[in-house]
Structure formats: structure tokens, C-alpha cells
Design a protein around this ligand. Sequence first.
Ligand code: HEM
Length: 501
Amino acid sequence: MDGRGFALVTLIGFATYLISGAIYRLFCHPLSRFPGPKLAALTTLYEGYYDVIKAGSYIFQIGKMHDQYGPIVRVGPNEVHILDPTYYDTLYSKTNRWDKYDWFYSMMGNPQATFATINADVHRIRRGALNPFFSAQAVGRLRSTMLFLIDRLVTRMENAALRKETVPLFYAYRALTVDIISEYAFGSTLQMLDRADWGASFYSAWRSLWQLSPLTRQWPSLFAFMMKLPQWMQELLNPKTAEVAKMFRDVDQLTMELLQTDPKSVKAKSHPTMVWEIAYSDVLPAHERTRDRISVEANNLLAAGFETTGAMLTVATFHVLSNPNVHQRLQQELEFAIPDSAKIPNHQVLEKLPYLSAIIKETLRIAVGAYSRLPRVSPHESIAYREWVIPPNTAVGMSALFIEHNPMIFPNPDSFLPERWLRDDCRALERYLVTFGRGSRMCVGINLAYAELYAVLATIIRRFPQLRLDGPTAYDMEIVSDYFAGMTRDEGGRGLKVRVN
Ligand code: HEM
């Protein structure tokens, strides 16, 4: 056979492979009778088009598919999405031992971190080592450190007021949450609150990583490849890649320094130092305590702990300051409960304040946090949903967005209405507040997140009675992309800014 003949045979072979694969996915695949667009059933590139080209918009397209096809839709060759708030606790239960969907969670290239661990049994071991640091009691031990860091933010805001400057709270809140979680993880902060740009460049590096996540999902080796390139090449190709690589190196370095620290000085702290404790934990087998895995875990704790809480604080402050009635009612409650604005009561007191609590719940609902569909896989047994039998090894996901913005459960879902959490029947609503997920993979940091939300909001609103918005509009705050977390159009430059007086 000559060269041309060989090329022709190869082409025909490849075309046959593609056509038979397409016929299988459309007509013979166990999901072939599930409703949904044919293109989504054919290829994950359909999702790629919306998430990569159209900037993290597949989740909104999934919403439209449900309008057309009903409560269960095939959203990928091997994946369905369910829109039915009553089913959430069944899919995300504590008792089923379902895995995470490896293709979906490959996006950050970190399957060694608890968050991205695929296998349910491996996850149980890793989660067991994290749990003790996030109990209400453990978080209580972090209180003095947290108040110290909040005080730094307050001091910088006071200085900005003296100079009549605007405070970019979008970044400032994230600087605070980075410093809190890094102090807890490493026993020292990343000093974001001391940076002139409030850590904007650090945030920008993380954001570029999240923005890259739909592409890494389509092409998982891309991320590892980019991280391995020499620094000059990363800078040439995309300066943000270089920033991300530097960030990972910094966390590696911090982890290494911490592990070589004199144990006496680590133990002398008022709170445990998570990464150190995990590295020497007897809950974990030795292969789970390698320096590489601990470093990946540290990176992930940082990512999981800062953006989510920082974003919630931003949304809460925006809505409080844009609704004079809400602002006034909150101020009255705080003035009464906190007579001396320099003495913020402990969490047990703050969480009993009804209006502050309603504001925090409404923030968690309206902001949603993780827009992602959090897909799970039952490896051996089928999953039942209504009349549908979902075969084993199928990914099944549900986005909190469609529950927390469901007008049948939360009328006027796009309006910020803390009062809905004060009505007599509001307890029934709590079932549908799923911002932290549910079940065995539910957010481990929930107590820490609540402690931060209560303490920071109470402090900022009580300490700065003249606080007012300086710039952002509802358009700037709108979530338009799902990069696991919901994200605004702009990187932050048009995000929340305030004036203190
Ligand atoms: C308001 C703030 C927060 C929100 C809305 C939030 C939301 C979530 C959600 C929805 C999940 C489940 C993800 C999934 O199923 O794939 C999750 C998991 C996780 N979160 Fe959070 N989170 C917040 C704060 C925190 C904080 C402060 C930490 C502290 C480090 C943290 C650490 C984690 C970790 C490690 C996981 C993985 C848990 C596991 O797989 O066992 N989160 N979070």
C-alpha cells in the first residue's frame, strides 16, 4: 500500500470509529432513552462550548434544558442533571457511599486533596483527619486570632477614612479570609491585609485558575503540562499561569518550612496548626502524609476557605448597604446587642441575633456560592429517581442554584428579603438552604464560615455607621459564570467598594 492508500485507510478507520461511537451514544447507550439535546448526549464538547467559549455558562443552559425536557436531563454522554428540590437530600445523603465524578472534578488537577478525592472510601479517611479542626469547639479556639485579623481590616478602613479614600471591600474581604485560613493552616498569615493592593494580584491568580477549570476538564493533562513549563515560558504564554505556578510554589514552601518548625513553637499557639497536625496525624496512614499530598491539601484548604466566605461577605454588605431599611434595622439590632462597638460578643451571642441571622441566611441563599452541579457516581448500583432507573456508573448532579432561586420555594428569588427567614413558617425553608451542600461530602468548613460571616458583618456594620456604597451596581454584582463558584463579569475592579464616612 502506498502512502496515499495508507492515509485513506486511516481516515476511513477513524471515521468509522467516530460514527460507531456516535451511534452507540445516541441509540445503544444505557442513557439513550433519557431526555436531552442530542449534541449533549454525543460529546462533552457541547458542555465545553458553553463553559470554555461562552465563559462558564453551561449551568444556565442546563436550566433552559430543564424548561424544555422536564426534571431529569441528559447533560453529557454519561451524565444526567436533576432539577427537583425534594430529591436533593436523597442524592447528597450521609448514608450512600457514592463517588465524585472523576471527569468533572479533574478540573483543578488535585485528586489528592479531600475536596477532589473521587473514591468514597479514600475520602472517608481524609475527611476523618480534617473533621476535628472544624468542629464548633475547634473553631471557637480560633476566635481571638480571627478578631485580631478583623481588627487589622478595621484599622486599615479607619486609615482610609482619614485619607478620604475608597475601600475596595471586594478584595479586602478576600484578603481577610485568606489571612484567617492561612493562619489556621500554617500558623502564619499570607499577609494579604498588609498588601497595598489588598491582595488583588493574588486573587487574580486564583481567578485565572478557576477560569481555566472548564478547559482543564476537557483536557486534563493541560494543567499539569502548563505547571511544568519553565517560568520564562509560562510568562511568555500567559503571565497568569506564571502567577498560579508561583502561588503553588509559595504554598509548597510554606508547607515545607512549617514541617521543619520546632514542634514546641507550633504547639504554643492558641489554636492548632492544621497542616502540621495533619502531617503528623495518627488517623492517616503514612502514604497519606507525604509532603506532596499535604501540600496539595494545604493549597485546597486555602482555595476552599477564602473565596467562598469572601464572596458571601461581599454580597451581604452590598445588599445591606443598598437597602436602607435593612441597613437601619440591622444597625438598631447591633447597637442594642453590642453597646461597646470595640467589644464584639462571641459567636454564641451573635448567632442568636434574629435579624443578623436572617441577613446571613438570605445572603447564603441569594449568592448560592457553588453554582456547580456537584455530580456523584454510584459505582455498583443503579439510582432511582421517580420512574427513572439511572444505571450504575452514571454521573448525577444537582445545582443549588435551581433550588435556592426556585420561585415556588422562595418567591421573588432575585430580591434580597431577609424577612422571609423571620416568618413563622420559615423553618420549612431551611431544608432548601443547601449552600454548603449536604451528606458525606458537605462542606467541612461550615462552622468556620458561619463564625467569620457573623463576626465580620457584626463588626463592620457596628463599627462604621456611616458606611456607604461607592460604585458597584446590581449589574456589577450579577453572577454570569460558573467556575465551580459563581462569578461576576469583572475580576473585581468593578466589585464592592465602600466609603467609610
Ligand atoms: C460560605 C462559605 C462556604 C461555602 C458556601 C462552601 C461551600 C461548599 C460546598 C457546596 C462544598 C461541597 C462541594 C462538593 O460537593 O463538591 C464544600 C466542600 C468543602 N469545603 Fe466549603 N464552603 C465554604 C467555606 C469553607 C471554608 C471556610 C472552608 C475551610 C477550609 C471550606 C472547606 C471545604 C472543604 C475542604 C470541602 C470538601 C469537603 C469534602 O469533600 O469532604 N469551605 N464547600
